[in-house]
Design a protein around this ligand. Structure first.
Ligand code: FES
Ligand code: FES
Length: 164
């Protein structure tokens, strides 16, 4: 068995120190070591986006990264994006616009969409489709997913206007 490596990273604001095998993927670390099973594994080969999380503020497919590569990083998973009483606008958008069917792709879609809106608060429909093209929905509910992201963009614009 490979020698374990000590890593320390922040996940959803909590610092975790762990001993992991060098080959352990970040997605498996999150799910199996930390119990954060909202991050899904749809393919393990970087195709589906179900495993998308934020690493230091950037959307990353967590099956494409080893846990040791996240040493020192700050990771946000779907569990850390909002809370039941205080949903992130993208979560609210998926709820309001029925942006999910079985829900399997939803955490990854939401994390990818949140990353898009952080970088581009007012994306066109084409820009939303482009940003989410690495995320597959097997239920093919793409139209409502786009509407959910548009809803979230509108909500975020309203909030920032209210803050001004
Ligand atoms: S599980 Fe990571 S892209 Fe599919
Ligand atoms: S809602 Fe079922 S895979 Fe997207």
């Amino acid at each position: 068995m490979a020698e374990k490596v000590r890593i320390k990273l922040t996940v959803n604001g909590v610092v975790h120190g762990s001993e992991v095998e060098p080959r352990l993927l970040l997605v498996h670390y999150l799910r199996e070591h930390l119990g954060l099973t909202g991050t899904h594994v749809g393919c393990d080969t970087s195709q589906c986006g179900a495993c998308t999380v934020h690493v230091d503020g950037q959307a990353v497919k967590s099956c494409t990264m080893f846990a040791v590569q996240a040493d020192g990083a700050s990771v946000t998973t779907i569990e850390g994006l909002g809370s039941p009483g205080h949903l992130h606008p993208v979560q609210e958008g998926f709820w309001e616009m029925h942006g999910l069917q079985c829900g399997f792709c939803t955490p990854g879609m939401i994390m990818a969409a949140a990353d898009l809106l952080n970088k581009n608060p007012n994306p066109s429909e084409a820009e939303i489709r482009h940003a989410l093209e690495g995320n597959l929905c097997r239920c093919t509910g793409y139209h409502n997913i786009i509407r959910a992201v548009q809803y979230a963009a509108g909500k975020m614009a309203q909030r920032s206007a209210a803050d001004d």
